[in-house]
Design a binder for this molecule. Structure first.
Ligand SMILES: [Zn+2]
Ligand SMILES: [Zn+2]
Length: 302
């Protein structure tokens, strides 16, 4: 049984004030994806979360100043793990998703002696304390940054009692870091590069999720959504690459993007990436949201 309509309608806030593109999702085939009952060891079976309504979000979050509209992506100790081409692709996705300027910074190599490390409790492999990287990113945060997102090959732990984290972010400081360490052996059967599409989707998913947290968006409990929590790679892989209407409304309130422009650029990205299901989902939203004038036929889903 999924979350009752009365709960998510309340989470969406006053519908008469919601952007037309958000209201259109409520009546659009396939736009609302029910959240299944969590299975044993899935995020919501392990964590009691109460959800963040649109009104909660507006009360808690401060819109960034007009000059702070750049997302900085900072590679941290990524030598050999992420190519420049890969970083450019992730930057293009990030720019389309958030409709903000994105800059990829020169790689940062940290002094190992400046990092708290340990052996991962589940695998025995080396891990780095995420807070050390966040502190370093915050110390160098540019004045015009909407946020700074580190991307690293280190496996991360966010707290001594937590086994690992795919990413960690501070909404207050708007710095975050994601790790690609668990997207390949020994944590995952797939070698990075053997399935470049899967690796790309995992990176896009975790980047958008952590930047979503930096934007002040908490975990989603209303629908299947990019902002759902996850406690394993398998659960993470099941998360959609897009936001539910509740979280889409929050992001649009924060940055003021144009829906048609955003959907057009996301459609272009996923179509070029050969990800037909995601391109089709975006195309559906674009058409319902009033994406008239955008010629999807020329670059439509496969
Ligand atoms: Zn999260
Ligand atoms: Zn959501």
């Amino acid at each position: 049984m999924s979350v009752e309509a009365s709960v998510w309608l309340d989470a969406l806030g006053a519908r008469r004030d919601a952007p037309a593109a958000v209201r259109a999702m409520l009546a659009s085939d396939g736009a609302l994806e029910p959240l299944p009952i969590p299975q044993a060891r899935e995020w919501l079976a392990l964590h009691e979360e109460h959800g963040q309504t649109f009104d909660d979000f507006v009360r808690a979050v401060v819109r960034p100043p007009a000059e702070a509209r750049t997302i900085y992506i900072q590679p941290v100790d990524t030598a050999g793990a992420l190519s420049d081409t890969c970083l450019s692709t992730l930057a293009a996705f990030t720019a389309a998703f958030f409709q903000l300027k994105v800059r990829v910074c020169p790689p940062l190599v940290l002094d190992p002696s400046s990092l708290v490390t340990r052996a991962a409790p589940d695998a025995g492999t080396p891990q780095v304390y995420a807070g050390d990287i966040l502190a370093r990113l915050y110390a160098g945060k540019p004045a015009d940054a909407f946020c700074v997102l580190g991307i690293t090959a280190h496996d991360l732990f966010p707290h001594p009692i937590v086994s690992f984290a795919f990413g960690e972010a501070s909404a207050t400081c708007r710095v975050g870091v994601v790790s690609v360490a668990r997207y390949g052996p020994p944590f995952c059967e797939d070698a990075p590069g053997r399935h470049p599409g899967e690796m790309r989707k995992r990176c896009c998913r975790v980047i958008a999720h952590e930047i979503g947290h930096m934007a002040g968006i908490a975990h989603c409990i209303y629908f299947r959504c990019l902002m759902n929590g996850s406690s394993s790679l398998a659960e993470s892989d099941r998360r959609p690459l897009h936001l539910c209407p509740v979280d889409l409304r929050k992001l649009q309130w924060l940055t003021g993007f144009d829906f048609t422009e955003r959907y057009s650029r996301l459609h272009e990205f996923w179509h070029a990436a050969g990800e037909a299901p995601e391109a089709e989902w975006i195309a559906g939203r674009l058409q319902v949201a009033g994406g008239m004038g955008v010629n999807l036929g020329a670059r439509g889903p496969d």
